[in-house]
Ligand binder design. Structure first.
Ligand code: ADP
Length: 626
């Protein structure tokens, strides 16, 4: 048949594989075995409902043959096979879109680094070109009479021809490259090497991976002599990692398993492995990634855990097993309580699945709590990566989940170097303090410049710093923590002054009513009121909000897609009664007062992190004054 060209993207990846100087070339075997195992899974599934599959559970296997002279490795599986069209579409185009997307994002340097990243990601079938100069795939699909052979020597394209094959399944032959000065490809033709690689990467594969092994054994009849014995051996233990007991598993094994299965290039930051018995009996193995998955913030991202029934995969991403606030968790659940051929729709209503989901949720929370208590540094790192999700969890569904999550929250604050939990805040609280104080801003730096902060800190009160958009919404949903309410220091109703101070400032406001009215008039409906205040420390002016909507909330709500821009915080212009500007205002004539009003209002907006409506007017006024 005529030679066909690879699709452009596939060719690019293939070129990288062929020329790869990536040191972990050995992963090609894992990739091919994993494909074979998937193909067998598919046929095994079919066999459960389709009598025309005349194979029993124990007939399924993967076979490896080595031929040193011909320099070939042959992998044979009796899985579902591929039709001519499938050979074309599966092997002519890159299937793992994930790895290429990832590559594009990281394509700054086209050489070693991203190859290693890609290698760890697993690119499936194409990785065989890292060690072979020619690859042949002979396959007969289930239900087809004809078999086909796909052949390629790499970048120059591939051919597909009719072929002979008696049974359903796939045979892949790799023609191993000649050794070079730096690479000893011949190792892959050695039994011990292949056996070692199977144990290292594919031990848990559910089907036997068999190979003929040659052993020298003592000859019983001739003392001191040896004879050569050749046996077909199963190289893998076939026990899935998650079914082994924790004590048997090394941390590297978890890490390798995670990276291979969930296509990540970093080790996970937390591994949660457990066996649960009770209302539901299941094994679970979950991972919290080091970084958010590359598509985590896109609409395409799908949360979920793999679902196994007695070691057989029945669903790749079971979303119902994870609450949204744990959508970053990767992993799997294996339960004997679930039926094998349960459909997706039925599964949603499955009682057993709900019980498992609940237990999973609890398990993750407990592990996170344990981390928080035992390894704070690690927890803080986790929180800085995924904490926002937990805060959304507190806010979502009208706060339905808030109680389970509130103790996992952390915030920056005026009294702690790193993060603080709400519990720690309460523990530090002075007896006289009635509320949990917080301030909102884009960053810790900006919050620390807020005029209101000084007075609260002077009282010895700690202030939580809310820098995430969701923070204030989450906290309003929480309403209180251990009986203490939350108070925004930038809200108008915060008043920490003594009774005497209160009386003094009220008097001053009453006495200055005419002046304040004039300022209000000059600013029109841009503000809802003006007043003198004694809580600004050394700062001249600030803006606060009265009513339910705070300044931060106004910003966030108006940025939301579909927002009608109509939500406005009611602004109060607060002028420091102890600052020289107060005197200036008293002494100003009406014309000047108008200008002062605009200046003070505009600078207060800037301090609050709001933009000013008329920057030209503001700058003209300043120039005027000068
Ligand atoms: P991935 O395994 O991530 O999908 P691969 O490039 O490894 O990507 O394989 C592409 C596709 O080729 C697979 O999804 C599968 O449909 C098919 N395939 C590969 N190997 C086999 C096999 N041994 N038997 C049947 N189909 C296979």
């Amino acid at each position: 048949m005529k030679k066909k060209q690879f699709k452009a993207e596939s060719k690019k990846l293939l070129d990288m594989m062929i020329n790869s100087i990536y040191t972990h070339k050995e992963i090609f075997l894992r990739e091919l075995i994993s494909n074979a195992s998937d193909a067998i899974d598919k046929l095994y599934f079919k066999s459960l409902t389709d009598d025309s599959v005349n194979l029993n559970k124990n007939d399924f296997k993967i076979k490896i043959d080595l031929d040193k002279e011909a320099r070939t490795i042959t992998l044979t599986d009796n899985g579902i096979g591929m039709t001519a069209e499938e050979l074309e579409s599966n092997l002519g185009t890159i299937a793992r879109s994930g790895s290429l997307n990832f590559k594009n994002e990281n394509a700054e340097n086209e050489n070693t680094e991203d190859i290693s990243v890609i290698g760890q990601f697993g690119v499936g079938f194409y990785s065989s070109f890292m060690v072979s100069d020619r690859v042949e795939v002979v396959s007969r699909a289930f239900g087809e009479e004809k078999a086909y052979k796909w052949t390629s020597s790499g970048a120059d394209g591939y051919t597909i021809d009719e072929a002979e094959k008696e049974d359903v399944g796939t045979v892949i032959t790799l023609h191993i490259k000649e050794d070079t000065e730096t690479e000893h490809y011949s190792d892959y033709l050695e039994q011990y090497k292949i056996s070692e690689l199977v144990k290292k990467y594919s031990d848990y594969i559910r089907y036997p991976i068999q190979m003929e092994m040659t052993h020298q054994v003592p000859d019983k009849d001739n003392e001191g002599e040896y004879i050569t014995e050749i046996n077909t051996e199963t190289l893998n233990s076939m026990v899935p990692l998650w079914r082994k007991s924790k004590g048997e598993i090394k941390p590297e094994e978890y890490n390798e398993f995670y990276k291979e299965k969930f296509m990540d290039y970093s080790d996970p930051q937390l591994v949660i492995h457990s066996k649960t018995e009770g209302q539901a009996t299941f094994n679970s193995l979950m991972f919290i990634p080091e970084n958010p998955p590359y598509d985590f913030y896109s609409k395409e991202y799908e949360k979920g855990l793999q679902l196994y029934s007695n070691g057989v995969l029945i669903m790749d991403k079971c979303g119902d097993l994870l609450p949204d606030y744990f959508s970053f968790v990767k992993g799997l659940v294996d339960s004997a309580d679930l039926s094998l051929n349960i459909s997706r729709e039925m599964l949603q209503h499955d009682h057993q699945l709900k019980v498992i989901a609940k237990a999973i949720d609890k398990k993750i929370k407990n592990e996170l709590k344990r981390l928080l208590n035992n390894d704070r540094e690690k927890y803080d790192k986790f929180f800085s990566t995924f904490g926002t999700q937990l805060k959304y969890g507190v806010y979502a569904n009208y706060g339905m989940e808030k109680d389970g999550l509130k103790d996992l929250l952390e915030f920056k604050s005026s009294m702690s170097e790193g993060y603080t939990t709400l519990k720690e805040y309460i523990e530090r609280m002075a007896d006289s303090q009635e509320s949990i104080y917080y301030a909102c801003g884009e960053s810790v730096g900006k919050i620390e410049l807020l005029p209101q902060l000084e007075a609260v800190k002077e009282k010895g009160y700690e202030v939580l710093y809310f820098t995430d958009e969701i923070d204030e919404f989450a906290i309003q949903m929480l309403m209180e923590y251990e009986g203490k309410h939350f108070a925004n220091i930038c809200k108008d109703d915060i008043d920490l002054s003594t009774d005497a101070e209160k009386e003094a400032i009220n008097k001053m406001n009453e006495a200055s009513k005419e002046l304040l009215d004039k300022i209000k008039e000059a600013l029109g409906d841009r503000i809802s009121s003006v007043k003198f205040s004694n809580k600004l420390g050394s700062h001249p002016v600030t803006i606060s909000a009265e009513g339910y909507v705070s300044l931060e909330m106004e910003k966030v709500l108006n940025q939301m897609p579909g927002a009608n821009q109509g939500i406005k915080a009611q602004l109060v212009l607060e002028i420091n009664s102890n600052h020289p500007v107060a005197q200036k205002l008293e002494n100003a004539d009406d014309e000047t007062l108008k200008k002062y009003a605009t200046l003070l209002y505009s600078s207060a907006r800037l301090i609050a992190g709001l933009d000013i409506e008329n920057p030209t007017e503001f700058s003209d006024l300043i120039a005027d004054m000068m």
